[in-house]
Design a protein around this ligand. Structure first.
Ligand code: SF4
Length: 358
């Protein structure tokens, strides 16, 4: 049987990660959310840090959103962290902190879709439900030799039924994880390593010799490139940061951003409208960040403000505060520049004080 062979292979070959081996639904949930858009190797370190800071669903529920975003900093796709925070609050408020094991209840929580609910239910509660992520879709479509486009809901449903038909009655979580490991290590996209596969004798695509062509996936829409002016606005020992209200990067802190063909002159005009008088110090670099649906091609500017006037939705922050606030990866290059500018000012200030004492 397929299940026996894949489980025997898994027992010998499973990948070791910090989040493997637990059946705590909270821990499984944290790891599955992290793994949605992050490489497994990268997610391991973040998982450990997150679990140390928020070891229980209650600890996460009672944290501030800013604290959660700060621990998530660098992982990207911050809506995941905000949804987890909201879901933890719901679990504490409505279920006394008890994590649901039921698929429908799991899917009712913010940020938990069909795949994540199946992963939590199978790994933590041994529920017999296939967790159809990209790896399982690829392995199952090859095993069953399904040549229908995965853009069709009917094809996805048929593949799910096939996966369920080869799933064992117990060790359901191990089965899902074994298939994920097979898809990640052997039955990889493009050319699979069928010579190493424990399921080669069961595999329709291997028999037909067309595994490379499967599965038929919908074509991804390429991300749209956008020019963005990123302005580091300093005054004395502080820099101006804005808290995002837009859906993209909501809640995170960024420097002044101007989307579109935005020159330094355009930035000055925009800041003047916000009541802020600035002088251009210079163009200090370029950076690029790729989101799922767009690419930011960024030009970095440094401006000096005449005075630290209040700006709606923004705060003047010190070097230490800049380091402590959650900023998205897209701001990494600009943050480095800002830290260096503020750091140099601190040194100057220290030197001046020392000079005064001498
Ligand atoms: S035999 Fe090849 S194509 Fe089939 S499941 Fe194994 S690795 Fe994938």
């Amino acid at each position: 049987m397929i299940a026996d062979r894949i489980l025997a292979w898994y027992d010998q070959n499973k990948r070791i990660f910090p989040f493997r081996g637990t059946r705590d639904p909270y821990a499984v949930w944290v790891s599955e959310i992290m793994l949605q858009q992050t490489r497994t190797e990268t997610a391991g370190a973040y998982y450990q840090r997150f679990m140390e800071r928020f070891p229980t669903v209650g600890a996460l529920a009672f944290a501030t959103e800013q604290a959660v975003l700060k621990v998530w900093e660098g992982l990207g796709y911050y809506s995941r962290a905000r949804n987890m925070h909201r879901a933890a609050q719901l679990i504490v408020r409505e279920r006394g902190g008890e994590f649901p094991g039921d698929i429908a209840l799991l899917q009712a929580l913010p940020g938990i879709g069909a795949y994540t609910a199946a992963a939590i239910a199978s790994i933590a509660f041994d529920t017999r439900v296939p967790a159809m992520d990209g790896n399982l879709i690829r392995v199952m479509s090859r095993l069953s030799h399904t040549a229908d486009s995965m853009a069709l809901p009917s094809a996805k449903r048929a593949l799910y039924r096939y996966a369920l038909s080869v799933m064992p009655l117990d060790r359901c979580g191990d089965f899902n994880q074994a298939m994920m490991d097979l898809g990640a290590c052997i039955c990889v996209p493009g050319t699979p390593d069928c010579a190493l596969c424990p399921l080669a004798g069961d595999c329709g695509a291997f028999a037909a010799g067309d595994a490379e062509a499967l599965p038929l996936l919908p074509r991804a829409v390429p991300p749209r490139a956008v020019d963005v002016a990123v302005s580091i606005i300093t005054c004395e020992d502080k820099v101006l940061l804005y808290q995002r209200r837009e859906k993209l990067l909501c809640g995170l802190w960024v420097f002044a951003l101007g989307e579109g063909a935005c020159t330094a002159g355009d930035v000055i005009s925009s800041l003047t409208r916000q009541g802020l008088a600035v002088n251009l110090i210079g163009h200090i670099g370029s950076a690029r960040h790729v989101f799922t649906h767009r690419i930011w091609n960024m030009e970095l500017y440094h401006f000096a403000a005449a005075a630290m006037v209040g700006v709606s939705g923004a705060e003047w922050v010190t070097l230490a505060e800049l380091d402590a606030l959650p900023l998205p990866i897209a701001m990494r290059a600009a943050k480095k520049k800002a830290l260096s500018i503020l750091g140099a000012r601190k040194l100057d200030h220290g030197a001046n004080i020392n000079t005064g004492k001498d």
